[in-house]
Design a protein around this ligand. Sequence first.
Ligand SMILES: Nc1nc2c(ncn2[C@@H]2O[C@H](COP(=O)(O)OP(=O)(O)OP(=O)(O)O)[C@@H](O)[C@H]2O)c(=O)[nH]1
Length: 663
Amino acid sequence: MAGAAALRRSARRVIRPGAYTFSRTLQHSERLLSSQASPDRGGVLGSELGLYPPERIRNFSIIAHVDHGKSTLADRLLELTGTIKKGHGQPQYLDKLQVERERGITVKAQTATMFYRHASSQLPVSDQPDAPSYLLNLIDTPGHVDFSYEVSRSLAACQGALLVVDAAQGVQAQTIANFYLAFESNLSIIPVINKIDQPTADPDNVKAQLKRLFDIDPSEALLTSAKTGQGLTQVLPAVIERMPSPPGKSDSPIRMLLLDSYYDEYKGVICHVAVVDGALHKGDKIASAATGRTYEVLDVGIMHPELTPTGVLYTGQVGYVISGMRSTKEARIGDTLHQAKSTVEPLPGFKPARHMVFSGLYPADGSDFDALSHAIEKLTCNDASVSVTKETSTALGMGFRCGFLGLLHMDVFHQRLEQEHGAQVISTIPTVPYIFEYGDGSKVQVENPAALASNPGKRIAACWEPTVIATIIIPSEYVGPVIMLCSERRGEQLEYTFIDAQRALLKYRLPLREIIVDFYNELKSITSGYATFDYEDSEYQQSDLVKMDILLNGQPVDAMATIVHNQKAQRVGRELVEKLKKFIERQMFEITIQAAVGSKVIARETLSAMRKNVLAKCYGGDITRKKKLLEKQKEGKKRMKRVGSVDIPQEAFHELLKVSNSK
Ligand SMILES: Nc1nc2c(ncn2[C@@H]2O[C@H](COP(=O)(O)OP(=O)(O)OP(=O)(O)O)[C@@H](O)[C@H]2O)c(=O)[nH]1
């Protein structure tokens, strides 16, 4: 949890995707002017984009396991093409969100257009004045499993992908997932074995893995170091020579795919689009296939890498459109935008976002509801993959039930709420969407365990929970402990193979609720950090689930209710009450903390009465020190949540998250 000062500092450093400042714009025009003078660069303004028919365009993505070097490679390619200055002082240019920089992960995919002259012969480009210039759109993708939705969204606009694999770590779980996403999208895949500068690099072993797992010819692999620059000059020529150009009909009415959208305070909604057919000009009238609404194109251009107005986008090009949309809700990702008053066949959409983790978000201070509401609304403007509905808890007051793609997604959302909007939130135990069937045959999807109580008269006949197929790659000596962990988490083994002499691949079907909290941490800790893990959604399976309540002084706290597997209820209940006892401070009266399934209490702790005297350690009469301590206590109180008559610190809710799903 960031301190108040850190929050204030970070609030001043808000970075929004695509947001750009006046000074950056100036730098940009300077760069443009110099770029036009440079023999190695193409022009970019206005009609010059017309010089790039689809044959001279390549749209590609970089896919990789987390930390294998996608963003660094992207930076190097942007530098190599002069799109950004070398040593621009901001590593991982495309990772624009503050959380991305802090956590070193890519959350929101970004796009950048580059211009690159390429000659087919071996002579240097400078000796070939006629070497044609190519327009390359690089689409960065997130690496974490939660964001595979963003990956599939980006891949739909590409014809090829660079599959980056760390030369020392080799193929990892997300390499496999991302490879299949790209393969199923019919992309031409160029393997890039990166980080060859590392002393432990073993490119030949990685080549053998690529052959064994994906049937990739070893001679196709490029060897690079995004750190030292070694091998980087082969990358763009390979993109141009080995990847196809975008398909599309130049003489057809405009049809484009909406790749991403975000809200900019000054410009309104900015849509990233890939033009599939026709050309888009400023002033054109366009319509959304999803909503039927029509808009006038107010501004259109490319991301070079900042928004650069060009007035036009041609077939096969990727850029941005501003068309007076008021909210990103109008800009549905995967929608087809087309010429107004024409009927066109919508382009195949994307895999829709599936919300797999739900959690209640409440203002830490009940009176801050409006501020939280405003912050959530602003944030969802830029992250349409979060679902938000209002809910009320007797314990926490008015709040929101939010649906996320996964746990990291939820974490990132919380962090952004705090950092970018200064919101103080209490989040309830995350839950997955269960399906319950009542005795009368009716079925409900339960995203909030407390909601089960609203049908007290109905007998639960059956329940189902979502499962995932997990892929785990580990050094072979860790196979035993990992198998134990997976069976503790109610997993069913589907596959157990070796990908090389040292490493094994395990596939398990696991209930999603068993992995949403702490599974990855535990997997990492029992494998000394060597395990990599990825999962894809699978079907629902029938399960023996019960609702567990937490009661404080006999009163159920709805925000702490959780759904657990019957066999684990006792253990989880005991851990929850023990944890709560540690976090709830003693108060003026005795507090009983209980966990109960139905009317049966399965765990109980008692906190005896006592008032914490913050001045106890303060000897003598230093009045300013006393005042400071009392101020601190007052500040702490603000972060307390009064439930009935019991004050619960915000940390208790956070700690509960960790226990509720473990073991
Ligand atoms: N030694 C070495 N380190 C590299 C190389 N390329 C990247 N790195 C380092 O590896 C780490 C991860 O690099 P990133 O580019 O952030 O990785 P990523 O794949 O984009 O990670 P996500 O955005 O989280 O998916 C950083 O510390 C880089 O400096 C390389 O060629 N050699």
